[in-house]
Unconditional design. Structure first.
Length: 452
């Protein structure tokens, strides 16, 4: 299974990075966030409340999947006021999609797996036609999952949950941005038509599971006024040090390098530590991750060892007091926060990137503290396969929550050969694939019988 994942990543990298993917006039290409003034916080924004809109622009006809434009009724981007991990004000961008024949009472907050320490990999940019090729695997492809919600008539918001500093795997900052993006979306009725008291569900996989999970567990204390009725997340990054230990030195070392740099973007003490213990002739390579997106960073760092950068192995690095403290702060297991909304977990037991044991531990931790969780364990899937195999069941579960159906009380774990072949999985995948196909055929996005 690991070989399959490596081959898929390699093929995709050579396809998308070997040639331009869309023949656009250079003057029509989207502006990168690092160069786009829309992303800059205006003077005095600090006095605004979390979730307030600082800036707005309409983005119709500029979004798509690969070279295919999406036919969505309206797309809006908002620069919003939020907070970092320390409660300091930041400005982050979020993108709101309104389908044709929208149901103004339903909102999906979809957290894409950005997996990079570079603001130029942000979903708000990466989803645009003509964005750099190395952003495609995450945001543009993941849009096809969000299309299922749009075709149900749901509004969809996709936040730049790593914020202006690109703080990959920084929990509280991600939670703040997701929740404030929902606040901003629900307050945008005069622009988007959504109702301010709409029901909300959260969804994310892999890197998106991290942001979704932190938003779910911070909801009761940070944004309890939001009517979030459930959260579905899979390939769960429950323990970042566990994920780092599994991957550093292997094919997916790039994930770890992006994570360390993302944490250093938020914690100056970690950045200082890297300067102190890192080999001076390797610091530039170490920090190169801050200039890369997922597709580029994986082959660049593949099979690099910790000992190439510092005088020690990965156990030495992960047990340094500064590193240990920061990773513990940003680990969901044992966190001081606890979700009070229903949760849906899905995980491949054979996940070669994110250990299933972390999801098991998170499930046990939350259940012992009174959470309501439906956990679907896939006995055969690895990481990429489960992103698709588990999506159908997750989608059907979210649909039930938004339709007002009661969820499972307490905790329930279900193990099957594949999450794709359960009744819920099959029917949900049918809707996910139908939405993706209609999008690729450039059909108007919205409830099928009303749009076509």
């Amino acid at each position: 299974m690991k070989l399959v994942t490596i081959i898929l990543f390699t093929i995709f990298y050579n396809i998308v990075c070997g040639a331009p993917i869309i023949p656009l006039n250079p003057r029509s290409l989207p502006i990168k966030p690092s160069e786009d003034p829309f992303y800059s916080a205006p003077d005095g924004f600090e006095s605004k409340s979390p979730g307030d809109v600082l800036r707005h622009r309409q983005m119709n006809n500029l979004f798509g999947v690969l070279v295919i434009p999406e036919k969505i009724k309206s797309i809006h981007q908002f620069l919003i006021r939020s907070e970092d991990s320390f409660g300091d004000p930041i400005a982050a961008v979020t993108t709101v999609f309104e389908p044709y024949n929208a149901d103004a009472n339903k909102l999906l907050s979809y957290q894409a797996a950005e997996d990079a320490a570079n603001i130029d990999c942000s979903p708000s940019y990466a989803m645009q036609l003509g964005a750099d090729a190395d952003t495609i695997l995450t945001s543009q492809i993941e849009q096809l999952l969000a299309q299922a919600g749009l075709n149900e008539g749901w509004y969809v918001v996709i936040p730049d949950h790593q914020g202006p500093k690109s703080t990959f795997v920084v929990g509280e900052s991600a939670g703040h941005i997701v929740l404030d993006s929902i606040r901003a979306t629900l307050g945008s009725g005069n622009i988007t038509g959504i109702n301010e008291d709409a029901k909300v569900v959260l969804w994310g996989y892999s890197g998106g599971s991290f942001a979704s999970g932190w938003a779910a567990q911070m909801h009761p204390t940070y944004a309890s006024e939001l009517d979030i009725v459930g959260a579905a997340y899979g390939g769960i990054v429950a323990n970042i040090s566990q994920v780092a230990e599994k991957n550093f030195g292997g094919a997916f070392t790039g994930f770890v390098m992006a994570a360390i740099n993302g944490l250093a973007n938020e914690y100056p003490e970690l950045d200082n530590l890297i300067n102190e213990i890192g080999y001076k002739d390797k610091l530039d390579k170490f920090r190169k991750a801050k200039q890369m997106c997922l597709i580029e960073e994986l082959p660049y760092y593949a099979f690099d060892q910790v000992s190439e950068y510092v005088d020690g192995d990965k156990q030495y690095l992960l047990t340094l007091p500064i590193v240990k403290n920061i990773t513990e702060i940003n680990t969901m297991i044992g966190s001081k926060y606890l979700p009070t909304i229903p949760l849906y977990f899905y995980q491949g037991k054979g996940d070669e990137i994110i250990p299933a044991s972390g999801t098991d531990e998170l499930y046990e931790d939350f259940c012992e503290r009174g959470a309501d969780i439906e956990y679907h364990e896939d006995l055969l899937s690895e990481h990429l396969i489960q992103a698709v195999a588990g999506a159908g069941g997750a989608f059907n579960w979210m649909k039930d929550r938004l339709n007002g159906k009661s969820s499972n009380q307490g905790c329930k774990k279900i193990s099957t050969a594949s999450n794709a072949i359960t009744h819920e999985g099959l029917s949900g995948l049918g809707e996910v694939f139908a939405g993706a196909i209609l999008t690729l055929l450039q059909k108007p996005v919205g409830p099928y019988e009303d749009v076509l």
